[in-house]
Write a protein that binds this ligand. Structure first.
Ligand SMILES: [Zn+2]
Length: 222
């Protein structure tokens, strides 16, 4: 079972550079299975995305003990484990420093929900958690405090964490978070250049409508 998960998590880690969400060796994806939630598969530390294979993935338990794999796990492992431990429904966690979303994080700003695509995916703004130093589980704890129903949280002066009921959905949230941040960046830049007022977030009832549609009947029946 974990062999298949290692393959999925390896493939999903490679999506990060393909979608331009990471540079060099930064960023990571982890995943686990509902049938074996006590084990987490995560990217190894410091290995280039090109060199990653399913065999280089690291399997740990929820205490961070490596149970399979020759390499050290990502340094962000404690934060992934904190989220898995406190949110049993989560099966995937992603961390990136994607440029536009991280620009909001550098300014300590949440990404406001001013467009329907964000209402679909996030059901509101993407909150920004206060700065936390990357020691022990500090970041995981600050993310948990800032969490809303959105599958993403920005970490001030750091980057993005996304999380979902599968690693595939967590990667999709990371892609959509950066896409939303990029659009908001353009909108705010144009607003400033044209001397226009600040864009208004969608009204809560509109956000609820889009979120409801997207999470009930959008897409194809499986
Ligand atoms: Zn980071």
């Amino acid at each position: 079972m974990l062999e298949a998960l290692k393959k999925r998590v390896c493939g999903l880690n490679k999506v990060l550079p393909a979608e331009r969400l990471v540079t060099s060796t930064s960023g990571n994806v982890s995943g686990r299975l509902p049938a074996q939630p006590q084990f987490v598969v995560i990217k190894p530390s410091g290995l280039s995305f090109d060199q990653m294979t399913p065999e280089t993935m690291v399997v740990t338990d929820l205490d961070g003990k490596v149970v399979e794999g020759k390499l050290n796990p990502s340094v962000d492992l404690p934060n992934h484990l904190y989220l898995y431990t406190h949110k049993p429904e989560l099966m995937g966690v992603v961390h990136t420093h994607s440029a536009h979303a991280t620009a909001f994080a550098v300014l300590g700003l949440s990404i406001p929900c001013c467009m329907t695509g964000m209402a679909d995916e996030f059901g509101g703004e993407i909150p920004c958690a206060p700065y936390a130093s990357n020691e022990a589980e500090n970041i995981g704890a600050s993310i948990l405090k800032a969490m809303t129903r959105a599958p993403a949280v920005l970490c001030a002066s750091h980057g993005v964490f996304t999380f979902a009921e599968s690693p595939e959905k967590a990667v999709k949230a990371a892609i959509m978070c950066e896409d939303s941040a990029r659009t908001m960046y353009y909108a705010l830049t144009m607003r400033a250049a044209l001397g226009l007022p600040m864009p208004k977030p969608l009204p809560p009832e509109e956000i609820a409508k889009w979120w409801g549609r997207y999470h009930s009947w959008y897409g194809q029946k499986s």
